[in-house]
Design a protein around this ligand. Structure first.
Ligand SMILES: NC(=O)c1ccc[n+]([C@@H]2O[C@H](COP(=O)([O-])OP(=O)(O)OC[C@H]3O[C@@H](n4cnc5c(N)ncnc54)[C@H](O)[C@@H]3O)[C@@H](O)[C@H]2O)c1
Length: 391
């Protein structure tokens, strides 16, 4: 029985995504399950070191989560360059979940040290910068990847299954409704539930740069390549309160409305808003309408309606609606177990690093998301359709 240790520097891990999705639900969950089992004789075992700026936060995280999983606090250091340079043991992977604007300098350091690089999206806020980072890693021959978690959500896997089975026939349109109310923090006893930098463009915030990265890989991978975009953004709520209790001006878009036209003519329309109250199945719902059938996906569950089950409504507002439209849909069963989406992608990346297995969700793929966001902003500011050139 061979166990191969994979040292991972986890940077910016005290943040929301770093702690919850990457540390607890991915890396610690992998350690807890006994590693990534490649064969009965061979296992990959992550060995993380937490890095960041604030020693107290790192220590608290290390002490809170280490003992139950590895019998002692996790390793940590505020010496990020030292960790990258091998001063705190040998770590072959560098992972970054720090703020978007911090990403560049950390990725550059990791490239110089020859690490395999994995990081959160967006990789940058401009396409040029995102491509530059991708090239840096490619030219150095380094394995690299960007988080594209939504691809492994149960519902998106089901949509892919339905599509590959021909359930939809020709897909005509796709409509995504994303968002929920993010409190401003201005009202008594109603604290905000997302980091305040999300609402400041100067700190890398904004709905388009945040969500169009996701819409790009979701659309490209599940429905087909995006050809052009028309978008509009807005800053619906002009003031919010930050983590220190101070009121600040929101300078970034907190809602975005976009139509993405695919190369095959499919129309994908996505509304994204932090200023909307949810009355739908989930925080993200995607309706796919095809000639032969439709589906409505939440984050986990998918409902389908085939052509034969489609009711025939007649417009008549003078009587109560005689059709219960929710009745005509079937729930797609959960025939397999769906693991955490971030964890699945982490396991694929670890296999890529250790075994050279293919991994196509690279920094270059991540740059396509930044490109769509940037072109969305161009469309918004220029009031026009914008084509999406190949990168
Ligand atoms: N994949 C997804 O679904 C998803 C969802 C939300 C956010 N994100 C991305 O994840 C990243 C982090 O977002 P978040 O919501 O966790 O934000 P956050 O503000 O909660 O966390 C950011 C972390 O980076 C740290 N940080 C900031 N500057 C740093 C520096 N100079 N050196 C070291 N650490 C530094 C912060 O202390 C914090 O720990 C962002 O790029 C964001 O776009 C991805």
């Amino acid at each position: 029985m061979e166990t191969r240790r994979l040292g991972i520097i986890m940077n910016g891990v005290t943040g929301r995504m770093g702690t919850n999705q990457h540390l607890i639900r991915s890396i610690l969950a992998i350690i807890q399950q006994g590693g990534v089992k490649i064969s009965p004789e061979f296992t990959l075992m992550p060995d993380p070191i937490l890095t960041g700026r604030n020693e107290n936060k790192l220590r608290a995280l290390a002490e809170m989560h280490g003992p139950a999983v590895i019998g002692e606090p996790l390793k940590y250091t505020t010496d990020v360059p030292g960790a990258i340079d091998g001063k705190h043991d040998d770590y072959e992977i560098f992972f970054d979940a720090s703020g978007t604007l911090q990403r560049t300098k950390f990725v550059e350091m990791a490239v110089s040290a020859g690490k395999a690089i994995y990081c959160e999206k967006p990789t940058a806020v401009t396409t040029d910068e995102a491509i530059r980072l991708a090239k840096l890693a490619e030219d150095a021959g380094l394995k690299n990847g960007v988080v594209q978690d939504k691809l492994w959500l149960p519902s998106f896997r089901k949509l892919r299954m339905l599509n590959e089975q021909g359930f939809f026939g020709k897909i005509l349109s796709v409509r995504g409704e994303f968002g929920y109310w993010v409190f401003t923090g201005l009202d008594y006893d109603q604290p905000a539930q997302r980091p305040s930098w999300n609402y400041r463009a100067e700190d890398g915030g904004g709905m388009m740069i945040d969500m169009f990265c996701h819409w790009r890989y979701v659309i490209d991978n599940v429905f087909g390549p995006v050809k052009s975009v028309v978008a509009h953004g807005a800053t619906d709520l002009p003031k919010r309160r930050n983590e220190n209790g101070e009121v600040f001006d929101a300078t970034a878009d907190d809602s975005a409305y976009a139509i993405f036209l695919l190369e095959d003519g499919t129309v994908c329309q996505f509304n994204s808003s932090w200023c909307t109250r949810v009355r739908r199945d989930d925080l993200l719902t995607i309706q796919v309408d095809g000639e032969k059938g439709s589906a409505v996906a939440g984050l986990r569950e998918v409902h389908v309606q085939s052509a034969a089950e489609t009711p025939k409504p007649v417009w008549n507002p003078d009587i109560p609606q005689p059709i219960d439209f929710y009745d005509g849909w079937q729930l797609v069963p959960n025939n397999i177990e769906y693991d955490n989406a971030f964890k699945i992608q982490w396991e694929l990346f670890l296999r890529h690093v250790a075994l050279d297995e293919p991994f196509r969700w690279t920094l270059r793929e991540g740059a396509k998301g930044v490109q769509l966001a940037e072109l969305g902003m161009k469309s918004w500011h220029d009031h026009c359709w914008v084509d999406v050139p190949a990168l």
